[in-house]
Design a protein around this ligand. Structure first.
Ligand SMILES: *[C@@H]1O[C@H](CO)[C@@H](O)[C@H](O)[C@H]1NC(C)=O
Ligand SMILES: *[C@@H]1O[C@H](CO)[C@@H](O)[C@H](O)[C@H]1NC(C)=O
Ligand SMILES: *[C@@H]1O[C@H](CO)[C@@H](O)[C@H](O)[C@H]1NC(C)=O
Ligand SMILES: *[C@@H]1O[C@H](CO)[C@@H](O)[C@H](O)[C@H]1NC(C)=O
Ligand SMILES: *[C@@H]1O[C@H](CO)[C@@H](O)[C@H](O)[C@H]1NC(C)=O
Ligand SMILES: *[C@@H]1O[C@H](CO)[C@@H](O)[C@H](O)[C@H]1NC(C)=O
Length: 258
């Protein structure tokens, strides 16, 4: 087992684990695995293989008492236009109350990265935002970057949950992690990050503005877990996410952002 502080790894100057241009940054890899298969930083993922809540972990042992993981889509179209000029962000997952394992786990499969200290939901904390999987629509940009960020909430777990809940309620679209962490008193507490990219095969739907449709067909041939509480992309439009977001921004916006 390796006990080196994560800050030492950062000093080694590895490539950022979070995407270029995203803040807050992290140099430390957050291991994100779907059914034991690691979705490495910078990788391209098949939509249907990333629909169930992933496991997260770190390659060095963490010693805090509670952690939160975020997943944010950095590339949602701002408008239902074939080529919107600016993209926005959308929170896809926010789980608090995670606790780090004291012993390492080895992942199965061909894309292993060795021994991982998993973060587990041993307190059975309800997610602030339940995981819903990537489903980029047939609009520009066709490729969306989904970044996962791990934050040490040990110093203020309860107040962090309050601040995060308010942020998801008020700024689900346009979710700005740096602002949210500041509100929670957790600036500088990012521990690790990761990102992957999911691409709609296109072509871009050039029909222009309107409501309905647009969820895209995605790529690949993975199988979503039918027992998962996370509905598949097609169903997503109609179920909890739709209900939650519709009140904030109307259905037209909903269709553009997955
Ligand atoms: C690895 O495979 C074993 C046997 O199938 C299983 O019990 C274990 O949960 C798997 N581990 C992970 C991390 O998926
Ligand atoms: C963190 O806060 C959540 C929600 O209040 C709670 O369920 C959980 O037990 C807390 N975890 C720790 C390690 O304090
Ligand atoms: C944590 O536990 C809660 C309550 O059982 C559950 O709703 C949630 O999906 C769990 N989160 C993870 C990441 O396992
Ligand atoms: C996603 O990956 C594809 C394939 O590597 C690449 O062409 C595209 O630029 C990436 N998109 C983003 C937004 O990073
Ligand atoms: C393109 O979008 C329009 C307006 O939402 C929709 O009616 C049409 O079915 C979409 N076309 C395709 C190929 O998805
Ligand atoms: C999808 O995957 C299954 C099982 O791996 C395979 O039998 C099938 O041919 C694949 N279909 C396509 C369209 O790739």
């Amino acid at each position: 087992m390796i006990y080196a502080p994560l800050t030492l790894l950062a000093a080694a100057g590895a490539l950022a684990a979070t995407p270029a241009g995203f803040t807050p940054t992290s140099q430390n890899d957050l291991v994100v695995a779907f059914n034991g298969r690691v979705a490495a930083s910078g990788s391209v993922q098949i939509r249907d293989q990333v629909q169930t809540t992933p496991q997260v972990g770190t390659t060095t042992r963490l010693t805090g008492s509670s952690y939160a993981v975020f997943m944010i889509d950095l590339d949602i179209p701002r408008e239902r236009l074939p080529s919107p000029t600016i993209s926005n962000t959308l929170i896809h997952w926010l789980q608090t109350g995670l606790t780090p394992a004291t012993t390492a786990t080895r992942f199965n499969g061909s894309t292993t990265t060795g021994e991982i200290f998993l973060l587990t939901n041993s307190s059975q904390t309800a997610p602030v935002q339940a995981y819903f999987g990537p489903a980029p629509p047939a609009l520009n940009p066709l490729s969306h970057r989904y970044t996962q960020v791990l934050v040490d909430t040990s110093s203020s777990n309860a107040s962090a949950v309050t601040a995060f809940t308010a942020a998801v309620r008020d700024n689900r679209i346009g979710f700005d992690l740096a602002t949210v962490l500041q509100a929670a008193g957790l600036t500088g507490r990012v521990v690790a990050g990761n990102f992957f990219n999911v691409t709609n095969p296109g072509p871009v739907n050039s029909t222009g503005t309107g409501t309905g449709g647009g969820a895209g067909t995605g790529t690949g041939n993975g199988t979503a877990n039918p027992t998962s509480p996370v509905p598949t992309a097609g169903a997503m439009i109609h179920t909890p996410l739709g209900a939650m977001v519709a009140g904030l921004c109307g259905f037209a916006a909903l269709f553009t952002m997955l």
